[in-house]
Design a protein around this ligand. Structure first.
Ligand code: F6R
Length: 602
């Protein structure tokens, strides 16, 4: 959600760095974009509604400059148009600023300080740059003015600001919204909302914490807290491969990421395998999971769906009671907590504001927390007591695919290791069975034409679709329905097969598409009755069945894997069918409308 990138150094092609950096941040979701460049002639601001390709047209000719800032904006305050796009400038024109996040008290700040200054946009952001200008005008030195403003702000921010009168510095600040500094070779420094726009120029980064300001110069970076005191922080290395963030021959990141899933399951096996034939997880994490009375899994969207599967493993294998909660609801609807509660936060990005709000509350209550995330160094991983990583590589498509299967795989390993620690025998060899799953995933990924055909036959031209399953398949169809709706805009809902007749079956009419999933021997008969019920009312049923449970008329038969692990495999045809349904409709698959990859506002 919104992305920032910036450069200060000796190269003159800052505009190129910023525009290509913004392209690498596109996946986060945005609806307008802009850059500001500072050179001897002054400040040059370009902004545009729409895509970076539209902004590129506006910039049209190269502007040599050795410092600049850029931003992709996902509108919160003010419509997504050129006026509200960032950067914003102060009234005097001296300061130019981009901002991610939400300033909650912007109206009172305006009333208290800026009433005489006409604003040019509808954004909360403009208040920040006007306040800096005001305090500098009143006599404060720039960094003191910015610190004074930061101390007044309530809400979240990642900020980058240029002072037209000082070409040697860029000021950046962070609270709750992510921001990372990339250290150059002594001739430049860079920064961004994440590492992706910077990894082609550096692998050395400095993480910022909340309520910090950094003065970024060519040769050094100086971190200060909100009292103005200098903070010392070690840098760290991030080993990201450039290929991970390129589409290669794929038309969309989503398809590439779907295809990466077998490889990622094998990678996770490797990362967590011990020297014998089992798995290993950090001993303090295993101890925390083994000794708690109850686990609360907190997550949103796809990660929440992975949590529902994780609950099955932790309860059935490790015999720990688990509740799974949607992060945005947990604060209002906090259950009676067990005395020895353990919280597990599942988040691909590690930055989701709803989950973070719960983590903050949990820490205040004094409960331990474990984050399972894909992003090393992300806020949720830093703020929790323990972290486990997905090792799935950057997920660029907004619709999450490989993170979901990676989350389930890591949760399975955690549950199995905990069971072992508690001397509860597992009736199967997880390491072997995960290997079988990875091979089966590959087979499914190679059968895309079949799924493309199903998408054409069952979803093309339809405005709504239902997904049904029972038991663990029910959780998988929730994810299938989410995938379909978010990228194809077809209204899709997942239901427990037995629940349809309690209301929803009223919506079934001639040709309503119903995708039914059956991978469990104990629910096969039940879900097949539900298929008959909807077919009798005119539904067009597309059955996805696991080998061994299949019937001659089923539309797609997936290879047989251990029945606890079927979600890892069964979700893939649902992802692929959704992909092709969206492709047929000509949707912007990697960047669906209104969505952001990293949801950093509550
Ligand atoms: C759906 C999707 C979202 C995310 C959700 C949580 O495809 O990607 O539902 O799963 O926004 O994001 P993370 O996992 O980053 O906390």
């Amino acid at each position: 959600m919104c992305g920032i990138v910036g450069y200060i150094g000796q190269n003159m092609d800052t505009d190129h760095f910023l525009l290509s950096g913004l392209e690498k941040l596109e996946y986060r979701g945005y609806d307008s974009a802009g850059i500001a460049l500072l050179n001897d002639e002054g400040i040059h601001v370009f902004k545009e509604k729409g895509r970076i390709s539209d902004l590129r047209k506006t910039v049209h000719t190269s502007i040599p400059a050795t410092q600049g800032i850029g931003q992709t904006r996902w509108a919160t305050h003010g419509a997504p148009n050129r006026v509200n796009a960032h950067p914003h400038q102060s009234q005097s024109g001296r300061f130019t600023l981009v901002h991610n996040g939400v300033i909650e008290n912007y109206e009172s700040l305006y009333e208290n300080y800026l009433k005489d200054i006409p604003l040019t946009s509808d954004t909360d952001t403009e208040i920040i740059v006007q306040l800096v200008d005001l305090f500098v005008h009143e006599g404060l030195e720039v960094s003191a003015a910015l610190l004074k403003v930061l101390n007044l702000l309530k809400g979240s921010y990642a900020i980058a600001m240029i002072d037209k009168q000082d070409a040697d510095k860029i000021y950046i600040c962070k609270n709750k919204s992510p921001l990372l500094v990339g250290l150059g070779d002594g001739t430049f420094n860079v920064f961004g909302s994440d590492a992706l726009p910077m990894i082609h120029v550096t692998k050395t980064f400095v993480q910022l914490l909340d309520e910090e300001m950094v003065i970024v110069e060519r040769k050094q970076v100086t971190i200060k807290n909100l009292k103005g005191e200098t903070v010392l922080r070690d840098s760290f290395q991030m080993d990201l491969d450039l290929d991970d963030i390129q589409k290669g021959t794929y038309a969309h990141y989503m398809l590439k990421e779907i295809d990466e899933q077998p490889f990622i399951v094998r990678k996770i096996i490797q990362e967590y395998q011990n020297t014998g034939s089992g798995f290993e997880v950090q001993s303090d994490i295993v101890e925390a999971v083994s000794t708690c009375d109850r686990i609360y899994i907190i997550a949103c969207g796809t990660s929440y769906h992975a949590g529902l599967i994780g609950k099955q493993y932790l309860e059935n294998w490790a015999q720990v009671p688990v509740e799974v909660h949607i992060a945005s609801e947990f604060s209002y609807n906090t259950p009676l907590l067990a005395r020895k509660s353990l919280f597990i936060f599942i988040s691909q990005s590690g930055e989701t504001a709803d989950s973070r709000a719960v983590l903050k509350k949990v820490k205040q209550l004094g409960y331990p927390a474990l984050t399972i995330t894909n992003v090393v160094g992300s806020t949720l991983s830093r703020e929790a007591d323990y972290s486990l990583f997905l090792h799935a590589g950057p997920e660029i498509a907004v619709a999450s695919t490989k993170a979901y299967t990676a989350q389930i795989t890591v949760l399975a390993i955690l549950a199995a290791v905990t069971a072992d620690h508690k001397s509860i025998p597992l009736s199967f060899d997880l390491l072997h069975e995960l290997g079988v799953v990875a091979n089966a995933m590959e087979l499914i990924c190679d059968r895309k034409p079949e799924m493309q055909q199903l998408a054409r036959e069952y979803l093309h031209d339809y405005r709504n679709a239902f997904f049904i399953g029972r038991h663990i398949d029910y959780y998988v169809v929730l994810e299938g329905a989410l995938k379909l709706k978010e990228i194809s805009y077809i209204q899709a809902e997942g239901f427990a097969g037995g629940e349809l007749k309690h209301g929803t079956i009223a919506l079934i009419e001639t040709d309503t598409p119903v995708i039914a999933l059956t991978t469990q021997s104990n629910t096969n008969l039940g879900i097949r009755s539900n298929m008959k019920e909807v077919a009798a009312r005119g539904a067009k049923v597309c059955t996805i069945a696991m080998e061994g449970l299949d019937k001659p008329d089923d539309q797609l038969i997936i290879p047989s894997v251990h029945e606890h692990l079927t979600p890892l495999l069964a979700v893939i045809p649902l992802q692929i069918i959704s992909y092709y349904a969206a492709l047929e409709k000509g949707c912007d698959i990697d960047k669906p409308r209104n969505l952001a990859k990293s949801v950093t506002v509550e």
